[in-house]
Design a protein around this ligand. Structure first.
Ligand SMILES: Cc1cc2nc3c(=O)[nH]c(=O)nc-3n(C[C@H](O)[C@H](O)[C@H](O)COP(=O)(O)OP(=O)(O)OC[C@H]3O[C@@H](n4cnc5c(N)ncnc54)[C@H](O)[C@@H]3O)c2cc1C
Length: 376
């Protein structure tokens, strides 16, 4: 029986372990390793920030992840040797026949001096909880939602944040007293598509929110309440909401798997340049959005590739980098971005909605994954 070791139990790791349990129960035993005790959907951070949820309300405990042939280990991965497929954690060592690296993207707060002390964020669970308190004390002034680096998870998320901030201050009767600006390095909100970008810009404009493109925000001066720009300029703020710089987890950088920050893979089957080592999800260098739906779809392809190779076959359906991503527009309405990054000569995307029906679809998306992975 082959031993598959999956590092990271996020969207990619959970889906891959589930697929292997379903499709190869007699050929494969799987060890799934994560340092945390539970999984939280990325979009649940918006529920913590704006929906009054507590982190515990939205955490799905790995203790509930029970799949035949899969053992979950709560351990921190401390080293990875992609040549020998030897993995060390803070509690054990593993020798994998097939190794899958699904460790996601970390945040590099130190890359933006002043940000950790002077800004708030909703990209992490504790950050979203802290930002909720900061918002409750904020009655007037200028909010800058600043995208501090590229790539970052879920390209629509900074714009969702701005649209939901609008609703938040409308509900509190303080919208007239609050200016909201989004600033980032991209020329348009979703650079791969003019149409989706324009729809997002229209939604921002309707609510009096400005998007300032091509802004390279490099540091915060919390004493002066200014964001410093790479060109020497600066922008004032009263509350700075940052999308942190993203980077591969340090253990991946040390392993030699990454090149220029992320792990290169074959776009068809997510294989790295090391035999029997895959990388899947946000950790890869694929030219596409970092989002859970794509990580999940890629995990399905890795499961198919492993099954095909065990049968001595070839993978039938290559990865296309296709999926649909939900976008909160506020007012209880949700839009859906349908994207395909790798299936054609150039990436395509279109925006459906927003509507209340799509808000129901988004809720069904979350509950179907909860049921599939955690049986709840
Ligand atoms: C605010 C926000 C909103 C979002 N909204 C959406 C959305 O609507 N739709 C969507 O598709 N995506 C959304 N995303 C993005 C989505 O959450 C990520 O793209 C997705 O989780 C990536 O999956 P992954 O499996 O690659 O990585 P992750 O889900 O990040 O999983 C990686 C796992 O590795 C573990 N890990 C890391 N280092 C170690 C180590 N050294 N040892 C052990 N374990 C380790 C982590 O604990 C983690 O559980 C959103 C993200 C944010 C921040």
């Amino acid at each position: 029986m082959k031993h598959v070791v999956i590092l990271g139990a996020g969207f990619a790791g959970l889906e891959l372990a589930t697929r292997l349990s379903e499709s190869l129960p007699d050929e494969v035993r799987t060890t799934l390793i994560d340092k945390k005790d539970g999984f939280t959907f990325g979009f649940s951070k918006l529920d913590i920030l704006f929906g009054g949820k507590e982190p515990e309300d939205v955490r799905l405990h790995y203790a509930e992840f029970a799949k035949a042939g899969v053992e979950f280990r709560r351990e921190q991965v401390t080293s990875i040797d992609p040549v020998t497929r030897h993995v060390t954690t803070d509690a054990a060592t593993y020798d994998a026949d097939i190794l899958v690296v699904a460790l996601g993207a970390d945040y590099d707060f130190a890359a933006t001096p002043g940000f950790a002390d002077g800004g708030v964020e909703y990209y992490s669970v504790p950050g979203a909880r802290r930002m909720r308190d900061a918002l409750s004390e904020f009655d007037s002034g200028k909010i800058v939602v600043g995208i501090l680096g590229h790539p970052f998870k879920c390209p629509p998320a900074p714009f969702e944040g701005a649209l939901l901030l609008h609703d938040h201050f409308v509900e509190r009767g303080r919208r007239d007293a609050v200016e909201i600006t989004v600033a980032g390095p991209m020329a348009a909100p979703v650079p791969i598509t003019h149409d989706v970008s324009q729809r997002i810009l229209d939604a921002l404009t309707e609510r009096g929110i400005e998007y300032v493109p091509n802004q390279h925000l490099v540091a915060l001066d919390p004493d002066a309440n200014e964001v410093q720009l790479a060109d020497g300029g600066s922008t004032p703020y009263d509350l700075f909401v940052g999308v942190p710089v993203h980077r591969a987890p340090e253990v991946v950088e040390r392993s030699g798997l990454s090149v220029d920050g992320w792990v290169p893979v074959e776009k068809t089957n997510l294989a790295t340049r090391f035999p029997d080592v895959y990388a899947v999800g946000d950790i890869t260098a694929l030219p596409m959005a970092k989002a859970g739906v794509f990580a999940e779809a890629a995990a399905g392809v890795v499961a198919e590739d492993i099954a095909a190779r065990l049968r001595g076959d070839e993978l039938e359906q290559p990865y296309e980098g296709a999926g649909t991503c939900y976008l909160e527009f506020g007012g209880g309405k949700v839009g859906m971005v349908e994207a395909n990054f790798l299936g054609g000569p150039k990436p395509t995307a279109r925006l459906v909605g927003p509507s209340r029906e799509l808000a129901a679809d988004k809720a069904a998306f979350a509950s179907s994954r909860r049921a599939r992975w955690f049986g709840s």
